[in-house]
Design a protein around this ligand. Structure first.
Ligand SMILES: N[C@@H](CCC(=O)N[C@@H](CS)C(=O)NCC(=O)O)C(=O)O
Length: 214
């Protein structure tokens, strides 16, 4: 089987990189340089007209959207136990993926690029402030979920990787995680994992390559 992950540094595509690595999968990464707008190239738009990562290409077939890509990885590599085996918990894990991509990510995107949601002059700070308030509400919910646990379930699963990205991006935007001790502990725990360390080293190498090509 030929697995290709389209990825860009910093983005949510780091989550499937982590889970593919956790699954010990053989995969090729094709990094896109967003500064050069490579996600809008005609070749990439043929694969994903939504011009977004992550995208998986499996034996030439394209699959977009984080939740679907995570489920595909979990189903393809069952020995990695990337989703809980209990059917109810599996649904709860899908719920977590949906929350990360549909409930948290859109507020991160607003902070990243306020004019994409409101181009009225002078509103940028307000868009960011409201998005940050929404994120704080969501991270409080996650903090309660993680209280007294190492991961969302009884072992590492794919939603841990997805949520790690959400928290990392929020931290990059300067959100204060001091009130969310369980989220902060989860983040530190995730950064100890060999899969995450591999990802961070890979991200650094891609960023260096992109800087050279700038
Ligand atoms: N709903 C999608 C969102 C993916 C997404 O927004 N990806 C961002 C990076 S974090 C992206 O590729 N943005 C490029 C663009 O919008 O041009 C998912 O969960 O996979």
């Amino acid at each position: 089987m030929n697995i290709v992950l389209y990825y860009a540094p910093i983005t949510c595509a780091l989550a499937p990189y982590i889970t593919l690595t956790e699954a010990n999968a053989k995969f090729e990464v094709r990094p896109l340089n967003f500064r050069k707008g490579q996600q809008n190239s005609p070749e990439y738009l043929k694969l994903n007209p939504k011009h977004k990562v992550p995208l998986l290409l499996v034996d030439g077939k394209a699959l977009s959207e984080s939740t679907a890509t995570q489920l595909w990885i979990a189903r393809t590599f069952p020995q990695a136990r990337l989703m809980p085996s209990d059917p109810w918990d599996e649904l709860k894990a899908i719920s977590l993926h949906s929350w990360c991509s549909g409930g948290i990510h859109p507020f991160l995107a607003r902070i990243n690029s306020p004019p994409r949601v409101c181009d009225v002059p002078g509103t940028e700070d307000s868009v960011k402030k409201l998005a940050a308030a929404n994120l704080m509400e969501n991270f409080k919910i996650a903090d309660d979920m993680l209280a007294g646990r190492e991961f969302f379930f009884d072992h590492f699963t794919a939603p841990d990787a997805h949520f790690y990205w959400c928290q990392r991006r929020a931290r990059q935007f300067g959100l204060d995680f001091a009130p969310f001790k369980h989220c902060a502990a989860h983040f530190a725990r995730m950064e100890q994992r060999p899969s995450v360390q591999k990802l961070l080293a890979f991200e650094k190498s891609v960023q260096e390559e992109f800087a050279k090509a700038a």
